[in-house]
Ligand binder design. Sequence first.
Ligand SMILES: [Zn+2]
Length: 411
Amino acid sequence: MGCSNSGKTTLIEKLIHILNQRGYRIGTVKHHRGVFQFDLEGKDTWRHAQAGAEMVAMATPDGIGLVKKLTGEISLEQVLSLMSDMDIVIVEGFKTGSQPKIELVRSAISQQPVCSQEELLALVSDLPLDYGVPLYDINNIEGVADLIEERFLQPSKQNVHKELSHEQKKRYHRNIQLPGVGEAGQLKLLQSSVLVVGTGGLGSPVAFYLGAAGIGRLGLIDADTVDYSNLQRQILHSTSDLGRPKVESAREKLLALNPEIEVITYPYRFNEENAAELVKNYDIVVDATDNLATRYIINQACVAEGKPFIYGGVLSMVGQCMTILPGKGPCFRCIFRENPGDKAIKTTSDVGILGSVAGIIGTIQATEVVKYLLGQGELLVGRMLTMDAFSMNFMDVEVKRDKDCPACGKL
Ligand SMILES: [Zn+2]
């Protein structure tokens, strides 16, 4: 699909980046006519990996190899099984004549990645070509990504989990027994997606319980690596994970617990630039961050996208939790209008935090998520739950929407 006489790798990088941000797992295959040799830094396969492709393979007349995080070669059987785990595999084709081709195949790379001109879905070109298919220029890669998503990715998503397998009925038996859940509720959870911002003290219990409950797609975003000081409370990470990116360590534990869920990792900071695109692709967001600046960004993006999110905060022996349904209840800024700045606020590294206190608030957040997804129970909307673990008091304080709120006042 698609043609461009130049910038093929740049175009694929952009596509990988956009689709990755939308929550898909991307593999790429790069054809090379020469001797079997992996491109290293600065070359195409490296650039694909840097752009967010999880699996990068190189095919040559001698054979096919796969680069996972660019660390080594593995067998063809492993290549195939890993690639079939991807949502989509983008194959960078050979040049034929003057027109390089970009072709797409779904799932297994054993399918012949060749498309004839009649099967073209769209073209990417800076020239006004007329093939009777949509034409995109190199600056409109979002359009190409939309087309790919519509044509290749969404139908498969809608078809998954029509009914529970025998193993699933056993695995989720205790969920299914709950009032208001049943098999239909479990299927709903399996088709749901949750973005967890932060994989630390709050994010660990949140993601652990959501993974165990069978939330079909979990997104984890965190730029940090595991440090000794995390291990006292961040229960997804172990001593052997020291120095590893937290999202990677978390993903490994979650898949060990429940291999049938999908865990998408974003090893970078959640910021103003990527917030909207990330939030858009999930049903609900969990604020499991440890800093106010990110919390305001989550609030801003979720309110703008109309996405619910669960706020949680802990410090020392106290914690808070609230569920925000934009337009239906108060948002974070209805209550905390101006960001006082992180310097004005004490942090867990100043005054400490008991690991189990983060655990309590995190499990409350996970519970709110499941209730929201199932449409059951009473959510913490317009109620700020506060807990003092020292006196072991729980209290919920009614909070109201502020009609002049700079974030949600106009909704
Ligand atoms: Zn508000």
